[in-house]
Design a binder for this molecule. Structure first.
Ligand SMILES: Cc1cc2nc3c(=O)[nH]c(=O)nc-3n(C[C@H](O)[C@H](O)[C@H](O)COP(=O)(O)OP(=O)(O)OC[C@H]3O[C@@H](n4cnc5c(N)ncnc54)[C@H](O)[C@@H]3O)c2cc1C
Ligand SMILES: NC(=O)C1=CN([C@@H]2O[C@H](COP(=O)(O)OP(=O)(O)OC[C@H]3O[C@@H](n4cnc5c(N)ncnc54)[C@H](OP(=O)(O)O)[C@@H]3O)[C@@H](O)[C@H]2O)C=CC1
Ligand SMILES: CC(C)=CCC[C@@H](C)[C@H]1CC[C@@]2(C)C3=C(CC[C@]12C)[C@@]1(C)CC[C@H](O)C(C)(C)[C@@H]1CC3
Length: 518
């Protein structure tokens, strides 16, 4: 058996073939995927612009919803032989694996890709489920608006974020993506169209988030927007002791008048940077403009690490920068957090950035489409991608546990509120509780790491500390453990009540467990 440990960040490979596939994946990426990604981006940007300008989408919407209804009626009249899922090809999604059920279920085309209406008086935007975050921030910015929570990878869709979940650095104020969604329109398994909100069909409204398309097909969503300003004034606060960093992170998240954006990156168990941001219209005298979205700009997480190093060398402590709004929202997009360094190891090299930086990142969908099975197996064996959501008081303990089991850095920390609403996420008491998303993406260095047992120990830690797991990545929980992590009371009762729901859709676990994901 070969053990070729290549660059520092690269995966440990077990055969020469694997070594070549992994180590030279960048050849395919640069020669084929980057040009293809560019063509795709040009086409979809142009089309979205034209549709929105001509304002033709709202008229089309009802027709497109009728097409969804028709497909369901055909399924009903055909004897309900299989279960249903969306026809969105699994390689196009941001979920880590390919979903095997897409092959055996009836695929319902829900090709709804338009921003329908921006209502400036009520500060809402109505959009269809395939609208992406990049598309939305591009549409809203010229109007001086932004979503209250902008999950930052450009390709994430409204539908996926509602049916799964979305979190970002303003979530300590506004909550998760579901908490800024005011109304859903769905086509149910009996072919009917329903809308739901806090006041209209509230049970359905509260059960839809985290239901993974197992209650109905989403056809539009009304989402809350907030006034936007031109820049984010971002303070970087480096720390070299975990307890100090965690205390600051908690204090800032729980503050009565918190900063608008809070995030931290950990580079080792004991060191990291807490970042506090606020929207401003002018660049102040206390910091410089940093256009991190420019094509030649260095990867954001590398820039942040430099602030930590300067602090460790006693050169400086807190630094302030002004970052253009969209650059900030999509700050981890160009490097796919730090995942791209395993695929294009020289992606942050200065020459590469000046020559090809404007093409980055390759589309995740194209990366998924061209991923050889050997690479998928390797990611299963020697790579961790997990977002664990735990109450913020357990932050220090959780980091130590993650260090023991995974030892992967950087770690992404993002605080968010969970409101005490009905539904799958239950909190112990009060109107809300502050959580932290601990995002771990990379090659584990912990001695004795083994994917299934190590991840299962983390899952059980999270569950026993009243936390949750994000489900776009792999879960190794059993059905019983999964049902203990997420409250199914409201969800189960709705599935009993909604006509044909159980015929049409499996329960959530049936769509996210490891057996149905390759
Ligand atoms: C013309 C077109 C534009 C697209 N624009 C975007 C975009 O702006 N943003 C994005 O993220 N993805 C866009 N896509 C991607 C598209 O939404 C996905 O490829 C879709 O999920 C494909 O599903 P399918 O293969 O089941 O359907 P397909 O077989 O690709 O499509 C089924 C039918 O729906 C029509 N259709 C599909 N998408 C659109 C659309 N956007 N507008 C009008 N008709 C459409 C097709 O022309 C076809 O008649 C676009 C695709 C097409 C064909
Ligand atoms: N910052 C963040 O918050 C991040 C979030 N994520 C995660 O990525 C995922 C989103 O990725 P994305 O590619 O947008 O979504 P996906 O296509 O992966 O969809 C996720 C789930 O939502 C269901 N779904 C999507 N659209 C509809 C619809 N119109 N009607 C019914 N069900 C629907 C899908 O059902 P089906 O299987 O039938 O297609 C699937 O089960 C989420 O799970 C999110 O948590 C990932 C990275 C960052
Ligand atoms: C809640 C938050 C902020 C989550 C961030 C999640 C990202 C780090 C995830 C989302 C999609 C994701 C799973 C992905 C991958 C890495 C981690 C990503 C970018 C990669 C690119 C790793 C390499 C793989 O071969 C493959 C191309 C399949 C995936 C695609 C999706």
């Amino acid at each position: 058996m070969y053990k070729l440990s290549v660059t520092m960040t690269t995966l440990q490979t077990e055969s020469v073939a694997e070594y070549i596939l992994v180590e030279y994946r960048w050849v395919v990426v640069i020669l084929a995927l980057l040009p293809m990604s560019l063509l795709w981006k040009i086409w979809s940007t142009f089309r979205n612009y034209v549709v929105f300008k001509l304002n033709s989408a709202p008229k089309m919407h009802d027709r497109k919803v009728k097409q969804v209804q028709k497909q369901i009626k055909d399924w009903l009249s055909g004897g309900r032989k299989t279960k249903l899922c969306t026809a969105r090809p699994t390689w196009q999604t941001m979920s880590f694996r390919q979903s095997l059920y897409k092959k055996s279920f009836t695929n319902i085309k829900v090709n709804l890709v338009d921003v329908l209406e921006v209502d400036v008086d009520n500060m809402t935007v109505r959009c269809e489920p395939l609208v992406t975050m990049g598309q939305l921030s591009r549409t809203l910015e010229p109007l001086g608006l932004a979503l209250a929570v902008v999950p930052e990878l450009d390709q994430l869709t409204v539908g996926g974020l509602v049916m799964g979940t979305g979190v970002e650095t303003s979530s300590h104020v506004h909550g998760l993506f579901q908490h800024i969604c005011l109304r859903y329109e769905l086509v149910l398994a009996d072919g009917s169209v329903v809308t739901c909100s806090k006041d209209e069909n509230p049970d359905l409204y509260y059960a839809v988030p985290w239901s993974y398309g197992t209650l109905g097909f989403l056809t539009s969503v009304v989402i809350k927007v907030v006034p936007a300003k031109k820049y984010i004034r971002l303070e970087y606060h480096p720390y070299t002791k975990l307890s100090d960093l965690a205390d600051r992170f908690r204090k800032e998240s729980l503050d009565d008048k918190p900063h608008q954006f809070i995030e931290a990156l950990l580079y080792t168990k004991d060191s990291g940077v807490v970042m506090l941001g606020d929207m401003v219209d002018e660049i102040g005298t206390d910091g410089k403009l940093n256009e991190i979205g420019k094509w030649y700009s260095e990867w954001f997480f590398v820039q942040v690490q430099r602030h930590l190093k300067k602090h460790q060398e006693n050169v400086r402590k807190t630094v302030v920068e002004y970052i253009p709004l969209r650059d900030y929202y999509h700050r981890h997009t160009k490097s796919l957090f730090w995942e791209l360094q395993d695929i294009v190891p020289f992606g942050n090299n200065v020459l590469f950035r000046y020559l090809f930086g404007w093409l980055m990142p390759p589309e995740v969908s194209l990366l998924k489409l061209t991923q050889p099975q050997a690479v998928a197996d390797l990611y299963e064996r020697a790579h961790v991608i997990q977002d664990m959501l735990v109450p913020v008081q357990h932050l220090d303990k959780a980091i130590l546990k993650f260090h023991e089991e995974f030892e992967v850095y950087p770690i992404w920390l993002c605080p968010f509120k969970v409101f005490n609403n009905p539904g799958q996420l239950k909190i112990k008491s009060g109107d809300w509780q502050m959580f932290v998303d601990i995002g771990v993406y990379g090659v584990p260095k912990a001695k004795g790491f083994e994917t299934v047992p190590s991840t299962r120990r983390i899952e059980s830690f999270v569950s026993s500390h009243d936390g949750f797991q994000m489900l776009y990545a792999d879960t190794y929980t059993t059905r019983e453990e999964f049902r203990a992590m997420f409250d199914h009371t409201l969800y189960d009762s709705l599935r009993d009540q909604l006509p044909y729901c159980k015929d049409a859709f499996p329960e959530i676990y049936g769509k996210i467990n490891r057996n149905v994901r390759k």
